[in-house]
Write a protein that binds this ligand. Structure first.
Ligand code: SF4
Ligand code: SF4
Length: 292
């Protein structure tokens, strides 16, 4: 199951952290790699780390290059140019690669007749498998290369499946990426259920419409929770009506409760930190999911 929202701050991580306590036999996954914060509540202890490679840059070895110029003519990104001082012989220019323009397509590596171009994989992100009080958790540390977030999410999902298989666990609970880009698609593809969390305002309504389209495209059942529903009852009802119209299920409402923020500050899930209020609402959400 993936828990998602159209934008950060809608409350999905508080809900996932509570589900972490309520669910049995599960792997927890933080796919919100661009704004990861589940670890702040679950305080994982890292047991295994690995590099995540996505893309890289080409690099020319001038000593092997015969300056035939194939690579420069074929590079669609204009990343290769000839430079006089790169050649050992005066007057003989050799190619160099502008790293900022190279998109790592590897075409030049494949076509160079002298095998003079190497490919340097780019490693900035890390994948982590950790132990928490609530079960194993798979998460990531995203480097500066934000355009690879979608691929990193796919790799984190794959790792979570292998951890679940290895430990004989039958549920995977995903704190999904926010927004609507590749990372959120990678967070939800292949799941059995998406729980979308919205706040009752115009942004929440717009986010619902876009997420409903996305889940319909992937044919994944969608359940909807309106968080802080009592701040705008009219908009809550509107989002729930739209949910029914789009053949999704309004799962429940979570009221505004200061204990949600207090639990975050204390590094605890709401259901662990408080009784009544939002904690009760979240327990009811989980009961309904378990029954469905
Ligand atoms: S294709 Fe290879 S040999 Fe030809 S210019 Fe490029 S790097 Fe040099
Ligand atoms: S890897 Fe692709 S983009 Fe980079 S220099 Fe080679 S051909 Fe150009």
């Amino acid at each position: 199951m993936a828990v998602v929202s159209g934008r950060g701050g809608a409350g999905k991580t508080s809900i996932v952290a509570s589900f972490a306590l309520l669910a049995k036999r599960k792997v927890l996954v933080d796919c919100d790699v661009e704004a990861a914060n589940l670890h702040l509540i679950l305080t994982p202890t890292v047991e295994h780390e690995e590099d995540f490679c996505a893309g890289g840059k080409a690099r020319i070895r001038p000593e092997r290059c015969t300056a035939c110029g194939f690579c420069m003519r074929l590079c669609r990104f204009g990343a290769i140019f000839f430079k006089e001082e790169m050649g050992k012989t005066p007057g003989m220019a050799k190619p160099v690669i502008r790293r900022l323009l190279c998109n790592g397509c590897k075409l030049c590596v494949r076509i160079c007749p002298e095998e003079a171009i190497d490919f340097e994989p780019h490693v900035e992100s890390r994948m982590l498998v950790s132990k928490t009080d609530y079960g194993p958790m798979v998460h990531a540390r995203l480097g500066m290369d934000l355009k690879n977030a979608g691929q990193l999410v796919a790799a984190v999902r794959k790792k979570a499946r292998s951890v679940a298989a290895e430990k004989g666990l039958d549920q995977v609970i995903i704190d999904g990426s926010s927004g609507f880009g590749l990372a959120v698609s990678q967070s939800i593809t292949g799941t059995d259920l998406v729980l979308a969390v919205f706040e009752p305002n115009v942004s929440g309504e717009q986010d619902f419409l876009r997420l409903a389209e996305l889940t319909a495209h992937f044919r994944i059942p969608l359940m909807v929770c309106v968080n802080k529903w009592d701040l705008n009852k009219e908009m809550t009802e509107k989002i729930e009506d739209l949910t029914i119209e789009r053949n999704a299920r309004p799962l429940g409402r979570v009221r505004y409760d200061r204990n949600v923020a207090n639990a975050m500050i204390a590094g605890k899930s709401v259901v662990e930190f408080a009784r009544g209020g939002a904690a009760d609402d979240i327990r009811k959400l989980w009961e309904k999911i378990s029954e469905s």
